[in-house]
Structure formats: C-alpha cells, structure tokens
Design a binder for this molecule. Sequence first.
Ligand SMILES: Cc1cc2nc3c(=O)[nH]c(=O)nc-3n(C[C@H](O)[C@H](O)[C@H](O)COP(=O)(O)OP(=O)(O)OC[C@H]3O[C@@H](n4cnc5c(N)ncnc54)[C@H](O)[C@@H]3O)c2cc1C
Length: 462
Amino acid sequence: MTKPQFDIAALRNSAPNAEWITNSSALRAYECDSYSAYRELPVAVVLPSTTDEVAAIMRHCDVYDIDVVARGAGTSLVGGAMPKAGGIVLGLARLNQVVEFNPDDRMICVQTGMTNLMVSHIAAEHNLFYAPDPSSQMACSIGGNIAMNSGGAHCLKYGVTTNNLIAVKIVSAQGEVHDFHVDDGFDLRGIICGSEGQLGVVTEAWLKLETSPEGALPMMIGFPTPEDAGECVASIIRAGIIPVAIEYMDEIMIREVERFANAGYPLVSALLIVEIEGDPTRIAVEMGAIEKIAQKHKANPIRRSQNANEATKIWAGRKAAFGVMGRLADYITLDGVVPISQLAEALRRISEISSNHGMGVTNVFHAGDGNLHPLIMYDAQKDGDLERAEALGVEILTACIELGGCLTGEHGVGIEKREIMKRQYLPHELELQMQIKDIFDPQWRLNPDKVFPLDISAERRS
Ligand SMILES: Cc1cc2nc3c(=O)[nH]c(=O)nc-3n(C[C@H](O)[C@H](O)[C@H](O)COP(=O)(O)OP(=O)(O)OC[C@H]3O[C@@H](n4cnc5c(N)ncnc54)[C@H](O)[C@@H]3O)c2cc1C
C-alpha cells in the first residue's frame, strides 16, 4: 500500500540549497536502475551536496515517515536503487569532492558520490591506484560500491571493496551522523559495507590505495571447452600462483565483443584473460608457469600481450562485454559464486539448465574468485519471456548454492534475488539479519522492499 502524499514544500525546506526534482517527466530518469525490467516513480528526487544536507533531509523524513532510497549512479544490476512508490530518491551524485588525500599514507577520503574511476585518476598522479574496479567504474559511485561491496576484474589479488575500505561516515535513518572505523570495537564499517542502502546513507569514505606495480601484462588463453577452462583456473590457483585477474568469456561473448571492440580475442569455445603484475622477470616466470599448466588443459592458442597498446585493447574489450550484449538481446545478468574447484561443474550445469529451458545463456565472469556472471538472453517484447528468464536464473543460482557457493559475489540482492535468500539462509539466519536492520532503521524506511523476502519482512515494513 502506498503511503499518503506528503508536503513537498516542507520537504524542500529541509534542505533548501539542494537540487529538488518533482516534475514527473524529469523523475522518469530515476524510475529504475540497470535492472530496468522493474520501475517505480518516486515522489521527489533530491540531490544534496553535503553530509549536513543529507542529515537534515533524513531528519525530516524520519519525522514525516517518508521512505528513502539512496542512489549513486543507478548502475545496480539487481534493482537496488529502484525507488519506492510514494517515497523519495536521495541522489548522491553531487557529493563528489575529495575530503582529504594522504598519498604518503596511501589513503584518500572522498565524498561517496565520486565515481570509482575518478578516485583512480586522482590516485594515479601519485603512482597509486584504488584496486576495486567494477566494469561500470566510469559511472558507478564509491557509495554504490560500498553498499554492494563491489568487486571487479582486479579483485582476485587485492580483494573487493570491504578489503579496501578503512572508514565510513554514515547518516542514519534518524538523521544522526556516525563515523565507523575498521579498528574501533565492533566492525560496524564491515556491516555497512554490503548492506545495500538498508542501514544508513554513506556520505564519506576513507579508501586504501595501492602502489602501482612496476608493470602488468595480460595473456589470452583459448580452450576447446568451457570445462577445460574451468579446470585450468582451479589448477593455476592450486599451484599457488595468484594473478591480479583471471577473467573468463565464452564463444558468444567473444564474438560480440570482437564485433564491437576489436580486442584481438581468438575465436575459441572459452577464453581466459590472465594478468600478471610485477617486474619483468616475475611476469615472465609466472606467465611461463601458467602456460605449462594451461597446456595440460588442452589450451590453444596461448598469446602473451606484447605491449601496452595490446593490453589496453584486451581490457577495453572485457570492460565493454556487458554493454555490447545489449545490442544482441535483452538480458538478465546473474551473479553467483562457486568454489573454484567447482567451476567446471558449474559451467556444465549452466549449459544443461540453459538447454532444458530453451533459452540462450552466455558467460563472462571473474573466474579467479569463482564469481560467475551468466547472462540470460530474452525478448522483453515477448509475453512471459522475462518470467521464463527469471525462472532459469533461479535454477542457476540454486545450482551455485548446491555446489557450495552463494547467490551473489558483488552485485548484491536488491529486488532480483530477495525471494531466493530463503534458499541461501535458514529462517533464524534471516531473522538475525532483519534484527540488525531493526537496530539501524526501526521504521524500515531506508530502501524498503529490498534484500529480504517480502513475506517474512511484511510485518516490519508495514
Ligand atoms: C555494465 C555494468 C557492469 C558492471 N560491472 C560490475 C563489476 O564488474 N563488479 C561489480 O561489483 N558490479 C558491477 N556492476 C554493478 C554496479 O555497477 C555496482 O553494483 C555498483 O557498485 C553500483 O554503484 P552505483 O553508484 O551505480 O549504485 P546504485 O545503482 O545507484 O545503487 C546501488 C545500491 O547502493 C545503494 N547506495 C548507493 N549509494 C549509496 C550511499 N551513498 N549510501 C548508502 N547506500 C547507497 C542504493 O540504495 C542501492 O541499493 C556493473 C553494472 C553495469 C551496468
């Protein structure tokens, strides 16, 4: 049930210097995120520029019982930033300033509307970089990365957002400002990271930076079957080699990326892009060791990138992969995880499930940490096709859980996976998670209707 209309003028007065959007055609830009199959119009969108403004807005919403959905860049693939009808969207894009930068300590504090790529650009001037690198990094915000505990191709070696996050400033549902650090008592920073906008609005974050390596080079390894590629990944990691990245692409994806980005990929059934970093000797030694392992798994061809230009093209192709698929079909991007020893079996099961359903699935994913991204292709114009694609997705994610994995590695739960949380967690485990939300947000006003199955959270949300 939608809440009664509230007083827009009074709401605006809570932060008169912020930008307010209430015009229905302008509000359309915020009706969904990258999971565009589901849409809702908010009553208003507000774009504050400071923590104080966020706090004032939250205090007003607390008093007048208004639901709030925080939004970074809206690139969520699970409907995490979809508005709640009758509520407002709190857009953080204007909180985009550096608060403090200590290159000698390899730390930077930014407002969370800053894009992920901008942080790396700023760090690069001091030969530093911010490791989590989602493929959406040109657009996605640090706040969205924290809320989803995002990862990326280079997280195999450096970890995902939570491993690179030192402290957060949050505004609570009641409009109070809190600072949570990694080493203060309970790790509340850790609870905020990955909490999908359910516990507070993150307005500033201290991020850990890494020193740029002396060099880094990718190599491309082709395989006759997806299973061979999957087994090779497990063998590389078992041998104790930790590349910066091991990315996987199947044949459909390779063809599409080649047509668009001309990345120089070989046309094979399955391709691994493996990147090694360090000094030239280390790169040569590790690449040699990986080649030997790959040969045992029938690899052909094996190509080392010869120069920076080739390396850039290889990565540009990988980062464009999700985007180019949009030219081929409508699609849902899944985000399951399996132990790497189960990669080959997971790929076999995905192909089986896909043919049982008679729907196309293509794969591009972070193989080194077992984070699968099957893309289920469907036709949005065809009645019932979305529902069929969703059912197929549930089967694939269930298979990931059965193989000892879980239903999200980096994209989060949002609305897409809230119902299948029951397959991952027992009732008392879900209850505990909801009790944590109760503490931070007793009225369940922050990003309601997401993450938790609707039936078991109904009473709290009402
Ligand atoms: C082409 C493409 C490629 C992608 N590749 C990757 C990838 O490689 N790795 C990966 O992990 N993800 C990837 N994603 C998913 C998405 O980019 C990430 O989840 C990203 O972190 C979302 O950031 P955002 O700023 O767009 O957040 P939004 O989509 O705006 O919001 C996401 C969630 O975060 C919450 N939120 C946003 N800002 C705040 C804040 N300041 N405080 C509290 N809550 C907040 C929202 O309420 C919502 O629940 C990809 C998406 C696309 C479209």
